[in-house]
Design a protein around this ligand. Sequence first.
Ligand code: G3I
Length: 331
Amino acid sequence: PIPKLHEVFGSYFDVGAAVNKVTIKTQQDLLRQHFNSVTAENEMKFERLHPKEHVYTFDDADRIVSFAKAGGMAVRGHTLVWHNQTPSWVFEQPSGEQADGEMLLARMKSHIHTVMSRYKGSIYAWDVVNEAISDKGGEFLRSSKWLDIVGEDFIAKAFEYAHEADPGAQLFYNDYNESNPEKREKIYKLVQSLKEKDVPIHGVGLQAHWSLFHPTKDEIRDALERYASLGVKLHITELDISVFQHDDRRTDLKAPTEEMLELQAQRYDECFKLFKEFSECITSVTFWGAADDYTWLDDFPVRGRKNWPFLFDTNQQPKESFWKVVNAADE
Ligand code: G3I
């Protein structure tokens, strides 16, 4: 029999997968077997839950929560405040002029309260603010409507509203390029300053959209150490390992090469050994999908290129990466 991932890592951390309204059907059996946590890939984002000021659309999100409950799985909520996938009405007055800070904060509060109250007791952790840090050297926060209109305080406010809405929820700041040394320090500085101000923040989410050699193992370890030193929980929130190296833009591959699969397996082995080392802080490891039949990386960043980033292949069967990860649990 094939070992179950969430059982194999049960004494270390939850093992999760991002799901969507399609994959809870097409990957149902695989999800039930191996994962004990889910995150909605798009269905809980602002534009999907709250397309107009007085209109909330919870059906797809509710279906995902029911799917999880029926399988005894935990749910991570993704995401409340982000520069992306947020409808333009949020930042506008009825006249069409830009909203002011007071109006925007009132909308943020009402969105957070409505969404978190609905899922109180069903969603135990939320990515409250997503990707607020800039990737540009010398720039701290990313330019966005939230920042432009409210100022830096929009981040603290989001966490305060979230804590009011559900005092029992674990509240995360989530970002990508999280292991890049320069961005790591900015994330560290943000979370440290929130903690100094007694803002209710409980964890850092490392998205972990990685590839075969990037970031390096040392960069990942340094990032885990640095964030752990903040005394917060760590979640790996969106793990996938692209089989393409940075300069490889081939679109003609119909299947991954043997070499790619071998390197990917070594990479997964190295990552899970690191996660185990940090399992006092890491309480959840979520993949941004489950099997290679569906990944957001298809067509990204190169149109027409398929990718194979997971532990299960396009037929949802275990890859060499899967066996490496399972063995890493006992080593
Ligand atoms: O649903 C519409 C469909 O009606 C329309 O016909 C089609 C045409 O483009 O678009 C569909 O929406 C797409 C949506 O995914 C659902 O598939 C959007 O175009 C597409 O942009 C969107 O991409 C999502 C992306 O976030 C948007 O930023 C990906 O699925 C999702 O995996 C990705 O997830 C993000 C995390 O939230 C944050 N971290 C990075 C991660 C990967 O980019």
